[in-house]
Design a binder for this molecule. Structure first.
Ligand code: DC
Length: 217
């Protein structure tokens, strides 16, 4: 039987990661953080001295790096030379570099085939910016999370990060390759005043309505 993909797209700090992890746990699906894959490439470029503003060099690095997908405790990890740089991909330096590598079309092609390959691990909750529009456009289960700018800024502040989210949203939405957008057929969810559990309940209810079947694996 074909495995199921729940596509969770949305703006920065819209609660995609927290919601996707909780949803995957409840449904016993596999969680895939596609942002972590872009971050891993950005970290690897920095580590190996590749200029992230040099599109050709970044594309060439992405073509040659030695990676492997692993599924550990129902979370997919992209390993580089057998290593998952869990902490390194969250530094400010990596965060600053990642939009540059994410804008390279050849990188996005590589990511697409790698991310589609994750289906071999089982039913997926996959979060990102272009999952419903570009990676798995054929899935029936697409959701787009958002919250007011003030709520999202507060969430980032609580994580100890001071970031211009409006600028990041604008950059993600205006880039040429796979810009951030509400995918066709996606159900928008404003979670400004909702708990994680309420959002998960809503997604599961919608999924079951669409498929006519229980969502639990
Ligand atoms: O979700 P995040 O902050 O970890 O994402 C890191 C960066 O990667 C962010 O600038 C947007 C980009 N990204 C993307 O372009 N497409 C995705 N599917 C996931 C992330």
């Amino acid at each position: 039987m074909e495995n199921i993909v729940i596509a969770i797209d949305g703006t920065s700090a819209s609660g995609k990661s927290t919601t996707s992890r909780a949803l995957a746990k409840r449904l016993e699906y596999v969680y895939v953080d596609t942002g972590a894959m872009y971050r891993t490439l950005a970290w690897y470029c920095l580590k190996t001295g590749v200029d992230v503003n040099n599109e050709k060099a970044v594309a060439s690095t992405c073509r040659k790096w030695k990676t492997r997908l692993a599924c550990i405790d129902n979370h997919v990890q992209l390993l580089v030379d057998g290593y998952f740089p869990e902490k390194e991909i969250r530094t400010e330096e990596t965060s600053g570099a990642v939009p540059h590598v994410a804008a390279v079309p050849k990188v996005r092609d590589w990511m697409k085939s790698t991310q589609r390959d994750c289906i071999k691990f089982g039913n997926l909750v996959m979060e990102g910016r272009d999952i419903g529009s570009n990676i798995f456009p054929e899935t029936d289960f697409k959701f787009y999370l958002d919250a007011s700018l003030s709520v999202r800024s507060k969430r980032r502040e609580a994580e100890g990060v001071n970031e211009n989210l409006a600028a990041r949203d604008q950059r993600d939405s205006q880039r040429k390759a796979a810009p951030l957008m509400v995918p066709l057929g996606a159900i928008p969810i404003d979670n400004s005043d909702k708990t994680i559990d309420e959002v998960c309940d809503f997604i599961i209810e919608k999924m079951e309505g669409i498929s006519g079947k229980p969502a639990l694996a």
